[in-house]
Design a protein around this ligand. Structure first.
Ligand code: ASP
Ligand code: MG
Length: 411
């Protein structure tokens, strides 16, 4: 029988009633002839609560015990979903990650999937089980300990199962009805996309669109898993939601697919560092070691053998970055004149595969921002993305302005 993966996020399993509604959808797909693998998140808010308990108990917690605690939310919903399906006379059982097994590396709290064993579940399908309900977000390390995949990791569980079992599709049920051109809370003109290319989704997800965990999109792209995002709160048919797919499967698309933003950004500049081989390594090596997620990097042309180095980072990581930079100066490795931190910026990005073949997108973006008097502080580009840092107070305005400028409300 063909296999389908259906993933239900926290809001879609937030109460017993919601679980029943989700189970009905599963039952419908079983009636359509599919063997279904259901991946569940913890009930909405549960994982936050569990993380809070861990942090309250232990400041520098053992990540292995963190995983033991925070993985428990998914185990509850997996069991409840299986029970609900059984009540509907659908042959179902639950699986914890280790029972499958879903094998990961040992990077607790941010583990990567290494392998999914398909034999156990397939044997049960062969015996007549129609639904395998799998706890998302969790796996087992080489040492036999429970691991978790990082926040939002159930999406990645779902895509990995779809790849491993050759599922026809991976449907991600959530509380929004798809992927939007931008955040509808910022502009009412935001439009739901029928289709979006993997690469665009990857950029949007890593730029802060929270609908899918970035790694799930990476996996889907690598294994060509047809990924669909849709609402579990609405009645919908086969064409509902947004399909994340290969760009060849998109007939017509706008040059720009969407506008993403990230509110809590900061910018740091090292003034007057020596312009010599190894200087970037001497700066960004220690930042990486300190766990600072540097995004944009700009180095100015040098004058008299000195240059300025600017980079962006999440606001929360400023103390770590400042500490790491002070240490490099103390060791005499990077002799900068001054370190200037701006903790009041936001990053706005326009994303679209159409940019590859379309000139002038950057100019259009900069003009639109100019017309609103918004100053651009840093610019970076990639093949399918242009990002700028601006003062945070203009963030909403910038998103609205760019959404209008690229006419994203029109298909
Ligand atoms: N429950 C986990 C979290 O909130 C995993 C997930 O729902 O994707 O991060
Ligand atoms: Mg999620």
């Amino acid at each position: 029988m063909p296999t389908l993966v259906m993933k239900f996020g926290g809001t879609s399993v937030a109460t017993l009633d919601r679980i029943r509604r989700a189970a009905k959808r599963v039952g419908r797909e079983v009636a359509n002839g599919y063997d279904v693998i259901v991946i569940v998140s913890a009930m909405a808010g549960k994982t936050n609560e569990l993380v809070g308990w861990v942090e309250e108990t232990s400041k520098f917690f053992d990540a292995r015990e963190y995983d033991a605690v925070v993985s428990s939310g998914e185990q509850v919903t997996a069991g409840l979903m299986a029970l609900t399906l059984q009540e509907m006379d659908v042959p179902a059982r639950s699986w914890a990650g280790w029972q499958v097994p879903l094998k990961t590396d040992a990077a607790h709290a941010a583990a990567r999937i290494e392998e999914i064993g398909t034999d156990n579940i397939n044997a049960k399908f062969a015996e007549g089980m129609r639904v395998a309900v799998v706890a998302g977000f969790q796996g087992i390390s080489p040492e036999g300990r429970i691991t978790t995949l990082g926040r939002g990791g159930s999406d990645t569980t779902a895509v990995a199962f779809a790849a491993a079992f050759g599922a026809e599709r991976c449907d991600i049920y959530t509380d929004v009805d798809g992927v939007y051109t931008t955040d509808p809370r910022i502009t009412a003109k935001a439009r739901k996309l029928d289709r979006i290319a993997f690469e665009e989704m990857l950029e949007l997800a890593s730029l802060g669109a929270k609908v899918l965990q970035t790694r799930s999109v990476e996996l889907a792209m690598r294994y060509k898993v047809k990924l669909r995002v849709l609402s579990s709160f609405e009645d919908n048919d086969d064409s509902a939601g947004t399909l994340v797919c290969d760009e060849e499967d998109i007939m017509e698309s706008n040059v720009v697919a969407g506008v993403a933003y990230s509110r809590d950004e900061a910018k740091m500049t090292l003034l007057s560092v020596a312009d010599r081989p190894g200087i970037a390594a001497a700066i960004f090596g220690p930042l990486a070691d300190a766990g600072v997620n540097v995004d944009m990097i700009v180095q100015n042309i040098s004058e008299d053998g000195r240059t300025d180095m600017t980079f962006s980072l999440p606001v929360a990581q400023i103390p770590r970055a400042e500490q790491a930079m002070a240490a490099t100066k103390e060791r005499g490795e990077v002799n900068y004149a001054d370190l200037v931190t701006d903790d009041d910026v936001a990053k706005i990005s326009v994303v679209g595969i159409g940019m590859r073949s379309h000139a002038g997108v950057a100019a259009q973006m900069f003009k639109a921002l100019r017309d609103e008097g918004i100053n651009i502080k840093v610019i970076t580009t990639s093949e399918i993305k242009i990002s700028v840092l601006i003062d945070r107070k203009y963030m909403e305005l910038a998103v609205q302005t760019l959404h209008d400028a690229f006419e994203l409300e029109k298909a």
